[in-house]
Design a protein around this ligand. Structure first.
Ligand code: IPD
Ligand code: CA
Ligand code: CA
Length: 267
């Protein structure tokens, strides 16, 4: 972590936020043209815009910070073993994007010796940029944000997502979804893990859980949520890893109640 000073992190955050905004706005503008969809799996889509966003982001990063590695969803993994690495989801919410549903974002995080120290999530539709630097709080369009104060799961609005192997496995979150649907005030499925985490960070949701995400889905959002005062763990309350299989992110107050529901609905 000492590899980067506080001042270096501040200027890197500015660079990252400017980059996410310029690429996000460009993609949003271009997306009025025909979106070409191809398939990575049965229900896992990718469009030409995922790749275009990734090229723009990765080129700018490697030009400005040639010494950092990059891990980005569409098959980019460079600088293995380097202590500082970008983790990029060039377009989170591709299924929404491909259908013209305006709920998608660009997510960029910086990892130093396996710890995420900086995160940016940009939603071009709403012009909302969520940012965080480790130990320095989380922000939405520059203003500090905090998690909700909801104490009871029965009063909570929750959000989740389903894995791309939903058709092929029983470990597909449907049982947990059913259990929460009758305990919470309501449960939503927005289709962008990065925004789910950020919306929990700013109190729009009280809690979020999901299975089988990738590091790029959750690296920036999990830091933003933690820096907004939230708690992020696995389903059993153990230390969260962006490389792990489970994420439970809440306002902290309903964390235990959500853990009990998840415990009874495993597998
Ligand atoms: C997906 C979204 C979705 C989540 C999926 C992710 P993508 O990312 O974050 O909300 O449920 O598991 O893979 O494919 O749109 O970048
Ligand atoms: Ca994603
Ligand atoms: Ca993606």
């Amino acid at each position: 972590m000492e590899l980067l000073s506080a001042r270096a992190l501040t200027s890197t955050l500015r660079f990252t936020a400017d980059l996410a905004k310029s690429v996000g706005d460009r993609i949003a503008k271009n997306a009025v043209r025909q979106i070409r969809v191809s398939f990575k799996g049965e229900v896992d889509l990718v469009t030409q815009f995922d790749k275009q966003a990734q090229d723009l982001i990765v080129n700018a990063m490697t030009e400005e910070y040639p010494e950092y590695g990059v891990l980005s969803e569409e098959n980019v993994s460079t600088g293995k073993g380097r202590p500082v690495r970008w983790i990029v989801d060039p377009l989170d919410g591709t299924t929404n994007f491909a259908h013209g549903l305006p709920i998608w974002a660009i997510s960029i995080a910086l990892e130093v010796e396996k710890a995420v120290v900086l995160g940016v999530v940009y939603d071009p539709t709403r012009k909302e940029i969520f940012t965080a630097i480790i130990n320095r709080g989380a922000r939405l369009n520059g203003r500090r944000i905090y998690v909700s104060t909801t104490r009871k799961i029965g009063h909570s609005l929750l959000v989740t997502g389903f894995p791309y192997d939903i058709r092929r496995t029983k470990n597909n979150n449907l049982r947990q979804f059913g259990a929460f649907a009758v305990r919470a005030r309501a449960v939503r499925r927005l289709g962008s893990a990065a925004l789910d985490l950020c919306y929990t960070a700013c109190g729009r949701f009280d809690g979020y859980w999901e299975l089988k995400l990738s590091p790029w889905d959750q690296a920036a959002g999990s830091l933003i949520l933690r820096e907004a005062g939230g708690r992020v763990t696995d389903f059993a309350g153990r230390k969260f890893s962006i490389y792990g299989d489970e994420v439970l992110g809440t306002n902290g107050l309903i964390h235990g109640q959500m853990m009990s529901v998840l415990k009874r609905r495993r597998g």
